[in-house]
Write a protein that binds this ligand. Structure first.
Ligand SMILES: Cc1ncc(COP(=O)(O)O)c(C=O)c1O
Length: 434
């Protein structure tokens, strides 16, 4: 008879019907994700070193799955668990953590690394200030990549009888790709190609670090972060290429895996598969990190996809080039920009981004009309975030969400794609006889 934690790892590799790609199903770990491996490995190493003692408290800052893995180990081995998460984490993940008995601490999602309440810094602080506290530190803990050298890599090598030619995975902490990739490189004398799949704006592929829609993969950089080294758990030397994947492609691939392969997986699985299906090789293996159950209200929800503009719809007709100004722009200058743009309102966005990508919808902090651009001073965030309408929404739905006389910004692929007024929507409603 084995204990629960003996069930971590040993996940199946299945062949996908439409692409021939082999998928490693990490959602079949007992805690539901690849992170069970790192969580167990880090706890066992901390017990062995004496850093975590009986009755101690495990603390971690995480976007979810590492917390779940650690909460599972904590419950099974008798520790208290405190988990710090960004406040935008899917609510299903928070509830699951609480179900394991973990204490959940929420902190604002978009804080610079140097801020004391930033997820990782906050977790480290709680661990320091708690008697018997131990900070798991998945980004700096060598037991994270090491477990993939010991388990994930050998499992794939054996299951393919050494025939694997390409390995594709996303990069969050980098533990999975670094450890698995290192083992596969060594076992194959460098023959296996290790490919990272990365949300397009993530800095791992040279993106600008601005927000992306895929949870737990990629590297986000707050514009006020001064020093942002990549985590120690990411070993670039084993990765041959990092491929940028637009969020729309990740989400489309994730939804497709459910509908055409019967695999209900999360968004980062979509990112990885979007790359793997395009790789030509004799034996391509993709790692699918977690289940789609945690994202039924996100990637798998038509409503969410329409509102974030990952599905097209009636409002796609309003997509237009749009000019915006950063927070802190003098009002007089903002007014000049608005007047020469011909737009009904001017989006005010987070300062410090390049113009390589349109501003992320979540970084649109105000939407100002000419009548609001009077007086002196500078433009700043509105007290409440402005209304964003997804291109996938219907005109009728949009009218319901937009107050009389209102103006909204349009969202396509999670990013700013236009400015619309209630009267323009009404005009369209009449012109198409809705
Ligand atoms: C859903 C999901 N995808 C991808 C990753 C990235 O894995 P890693 O941190 O090993 O790079 C994680 C890690 O938390 C995850 O939870």
């Amino acid at each position: 008879m084995s204990g629960l934690l003996d069930l971590v790892g040993g996940t199946p590799l299945v062949s996908l019907r439409h692409s021939g790609v082999l998928a490693k199903l990490e959602y079949l770990n007992p805690g539901g994700s690849v992170k069970d491996r790192a969580a167990l490995s880090m706890v066992l190493a901390a017990e062995a070193s004496g850093a975590l003692r009986p009755g101690g408290t495990i603390v971690e800052g995480t976007s979810g799955n590492t917390g779940l893995g650690l909460a599972q180990v904590a419950a099974a081995r008798g520790y208290r668990m405190v988990c710090v998460l960004p406040d935008k984490t899917a609510v299903e993940k928070l509830d699951a953590l609480r179900a394991y008995g973990a204490e959940v601490v929420l902190t604002p999602s978009a804080l610079p690394k140097e801020h004391p309440d930033q997820v990782v810094a906050y977790a480290a602080r709680i661990a320091r200030e708690t008697d018997g506290g131990w900070w798991a530190d998945q980004y700096g803990n060598p037991a994270n990549p090491a477990v993939h050298v010991r388990t994930t890599g050998p499992e794939i090598w054996e299951a393919t009888e050494g025939r694997i030619t390409h390995f594709v995975a996303t990069i969050g902490t980098g533990g999975t790709i670094s450890g698995t990739g290192r083992f596969l490189k060594e076992a194959s004398d460098g023959r296996v190609q290790v490919i990272g799949a990365d949300p397009v704006t993530s800095s791992y592929n040279g993106g600008d670090g601005s927000p992306f829609a895929i949870e737990a993969a990629g590297h986000y950089v707050h514009p006020q972060t001064v020093n942002d080294p990549w985590p120690d758990s990411y070993h670039r030397d084993v990765v041959d290429a990092v491929v940028a994947v637009p969020d729309r492609s990740s989400i489309e691939a994730c939804r497709m895996l459910a509908r055409t392969e019967g695999l209900l997986v999360g968004g980062s699985s979509g990112t990885a598969f979007a790359v793997a299906r395009g790789v030509s090789g004799d034996c391509v293996v993709v790692l699918l990190p977690d289940s789609g159950r945690a994202y039924l209200s996100k990637y798998h929800s038509d409503t969410w996809c329409r509102r974030q503009g990952f599905l097209d719809g009636e409002l796609s007709a309003f997509v237009a080039d749009v000019v915006s100004v950063p927070v802190g722009t003098p009002v007089a200058e903002a007014r000049r920009v608005l007047e020469s743009s011909g737009q009904p309102a001017l989006p005010v966005v987070l300062a410090g981004r390049t113009d390589r990508f349109p501003p992320a919808a979540g970084e649109v902090l105000a939407l100002l009309t000419a009548s609001q651009l009077t007086g002196s001073g500078t433009v700043g965030p509105a007290p409440a975030p402005p209304v964003g309408l997804g291109v996938g929404e219907s005109v009728a739905d949009a009218l319901e969400r937009l107050p009389d006389g209102g103006v909204a910004h349009l969202v396509r692929d999670g990013r700013l794609a236009g400015v619309v007024t209630r009267s323009a929507l009404r005009a369209r409603e009449h012109s198409v006889g809705l």
